[in-house]
Ligand binder design. Structure first.
Ligand code: NAD
Length: 368
């Protein structure tokens, strides 16, 4: 099969980490007999420099024409970059917000997976970690408190601010369907997280999730209150497979879950719409402090590329080949600087490599 991939390299370390993910995708597709065509899309600071705006209409059209978009990261150092002298709607991040809106990306997937080899970076105790954990947080991305009506009023000299949390059953249903589909490709368990003891929006959330669950008899479904979930993530993270939740709860819980896995350089993500289309990017930013030095960890972007194969192209075996190659390379002791134990800790058997060499090592494992 031939697939069309849009590529947003972006700024900072973006071009370096995307180059490695591109290399790995080409490698796995060659091994499995697929063809990829690549369409470079400008977004972020580089688009401001070239076109005066962070995302042109032409770039949006390019993204819409692709089967999926692979992205690095955008933005510069807000303290020093001239991009941040511009009004907010012309800054790099405005390009990403516009693209998400144009593409209708309502479901954000963030896996939190603890590699045995990187256990040392996990702040949890050994008896809590056990053999590691492997979960995906599916967060609703376009509704809830962040997009509801907001006002600040003053009466008798007292300021009052109001934010509104609104969800329609359609918004809940479409993200719940996504979460159950993801669970079907994994260990078949969904934990839906809400605050149904207090919030009406959560009671509707729970009702709709239960309705969706009826269409997935092979997937188990449980409900958990968000405060309990925050505790369970550090008390027993192994219990989770897919966590489904609304926008603000997901924002907070996905950061909590990712912190317990260690380095930001390992965290992939996907944002999906109602079709098979998705935008795939590492969870970290453009890391201007290390850009152009061949030290950035490309694994988060490479694992995002594996998600692209799984969720947009339905190529599970090929996605697994990438994920296995990453595990094998880590097991061989290959590390980028961010996942190397601090000086003075045990580094025996470990070898430090740069961005490009990490990509090459992963490709070597895939070819074997
Ligand atoms: P950051 O994630 O870029 O960097 C935080 C720290 O993590 C830095 O020390 C950096 O060197 C390190 N780091 C990040 N990715 C790494 C990798 N792959 N390998 C090794 N180390 C890595 O966050 P920041 O410094 O707050 O933001 C920098 C810029 O990135 C800002 O302009 C911000 O707006 C932007 N940003 C973009 C996105 C995106 O494109 N989706 C997301 C977050 C931040």
């Amino acid at each position: 099969m031939e697939y069309r991939i849009g590529v947003i390299e972006g700024d900072g370390i973006g071009p370096e980490i995307v180059r490695e993910a591109h290399k790995v995708l080409e490698c796995v597709c060659q091994a499995y007999g697929h063809r990829l065509s690549w369409d470079k899309i400008l977004m972020g600071g580089c688009s401001i420099d070239a076109c005066g705006v962070p995302l042109t209409d032409e770039a949006v059209a390019q993204a819409k024409a692709a089967d999926a978009v692979l992205m690095g990261s955008i933005g510069g150092d807000p303290a020093t970059s001239p991009w941040y002298q511009l009004p907010p709607e012309r800054r790099p991040e405005a390009g990403l917000l516009k693209l998400r809106k144009e593409l209708g990306l309502f479901a954000n997937l963030r896996p939190a997976y603890l590699y045995r080899e990187l256990k040392e970076a996990c702040p949890l105790r050994d008896d809590v970690i056990g053999d590691g954990f492997d979960m995906v947080i599916v967060r609703e991305l376009t509704g809830g408190l962040y997009f509801g009506e907001r006002t600040t009023t003053e009466k008798d000299g007292v300021l009052t601010a109001t934010d509104t949390l609104t969800y329609s059953e359609n918004e809940i249903r479409r993200v719940a369907v996504r979460a159950f589909d993801v669970a079907r490709k994994r260990r078949k368990k969904v934990t839906s997280v809400d605050k149904a003891n207090v919030l009406d929006s959560s009671r509707l959330w729970r009702k709709v999730v239960d309705e969706v669950a009826l269409s997935y008899p092979d997937v188990s479904c449980e409900h958990m209150l968000v405060d309990n979930c925050a505790m369970q993530l550090v008390r027993d993270p192994k219990q989770f497979d897919v966590i489904l939740t609304e926008n603000m709860f997901g924002d907070i819980l996905s950061d909590e879950a990712s912190m317990v896995t260690g380095s930001i350089g390992m965290l992939s993500s996907a944002s999906l719409n109602e079709t098979r289309f998705g935008l795939y990017e590492p969870s970290g930013g453009s890391a201007p402090d290390i850009a152009g030095k061949d030290v950035a960890n490309p694994i988060a972007t490479i694992l995002s590329a594996a998600m692209l194969l799984r969720y947009s192209l339905d190529l599970d075996t090929e996605a697994q080949a990438i994920e296995q190659a990453v595990r094998d390379v880590l097991a061989d002791g290959v590390r980028t600087a961010d996942i190397m134990p601090q000086p003075g800790r045990d580094r025996e058997g470990l070898v430090m490599v740069g961005t490009a060499a990490m990509g090459d090592k992963i490709c070597e494992k895939i070819r074997r």
